[in-house]
Design a protein around this ligand. Structure first.
Ligand code: GLU
Length: 272
């Protein structure tokens, strides 16, 4: 059975971009005769707030969406992420790194697809200095030696079933962090472990997430997990032509609702 999911992070209130992603995913779940699941991606414990969690449920119900319970909550699944990381570590694919952001930025000679400084591999070559908190990084060169070239299948958003093969370029990310200093996982590891645990068959996400999919297919291969199909949908842009974001003052769904906007008009403005 097709299984699709919407996986917001409760670090703020949902805005129109989230509404588009949720409605897009629910639309295709219904069209394919599959399930629409919700997952809370709350590994960032410092930014997660109970009122944001409550607002996610509330806003999605207001939009007319429904999902099966129980909802998967990432902060309850650290043991599963640790087990996956241990499997990589046992095969010599993870190493500890105690470099700070400042040190990494000072030595970097390039940037990853998100624009963050690329890690130069210092701790892979020389080990951590010791006495400082560590993060675990993937030894990307070694990982690629094991997997060889990787590809995945992308379906165009309309219609969802026009498949194209895409080659993955995880090397653009360098030795990514899979366990952060503050939690036993990172976004990349958690999303891959959970998509497999929820038997997700179609990952629907914004185009801005396209580059990180290259890391996800690499991790799926290393962990022996099934590879879903991928669809990258358009982003809802603000009047300034940039992606909506709370920090640039985009109104939340709650703000729109408080201003008297109906769920129906939000849905029709977004094309659903
Ligand atoms: N949790 C991520 C976010 O809120 C998206 C999840 C995904 O599609 O992998 O942006």
């Amino acid at each position: 059975m097709p299984v699709l999911r919407f996986a917001p992070s409760p670090n703020g209130y949902l805005h129109l971009g989230h509404a588009y992603s949720a409605l897009f995913t629910a639309f295709w779940a219904r069209r394919l005769g599959g399930a629409f699941l919700l997952r809370l991606e709350d590994i960032d414990l410092a930014r997660r707030k109970p009122e944001f969690v409550a607002a996610i449920y509330d806003d999605l119900r207001w939009l007319g969406l429904d999902w099966p319970e129980p909802v998967m909550v990432q902060s309850e699944r650290f043991a599963a992420y640790e087990a996956a990381a241990d499997r990589l570590r046992d095969r010599g694919l993870l190493y500890d790194c105690d470099c700070t952001r400042q040190e990494i930025a000072a030595r970097a000679t390039g940037a990853d697809p998100d624009g963050a400084p690329l890690y130069d591999g210092k701790c892979r070559l020389h080990g951590p200095a010791g006495g400082r908190p560590t993060q675990a990084r993937l030894d990307l060169g070694r990982a690629l030696e094991l997997t060889g070239p990787l590809s995945f299948t992308v379906c165009a958003p309309t219609p969802l079933d026009r498949p194209q093969i895409r080659y993955a370029r995880p090397e653009l990310w360098g030795d990514v962090v899979l366990q952060r200093k503050d939690t036993p996982t990172s976004y990349h590891l958690a999303v891959v472990v959970d998509d497999a645990a929820q038997a997700v068959t179609h990952v629907t996400r914004g185009r801005d997430m396209e580059p990180s999919t290259d890391i996800h297919v690499l991790l799926q291969m290393l962990l022996g997990l099934p590879q879903p199909l991928y669809t990258f949908h358009r982003l809802i842009l603000g009047a300034d032509g940039r992606k909506l974001s709370k920090s640039r003052g985009s109104p939340s769904l709650r703000d729109l609702r408080a201003a008297g906007v109906s769920a129906e008009s939000v849905r029709s403005e977004l094309g659903f």
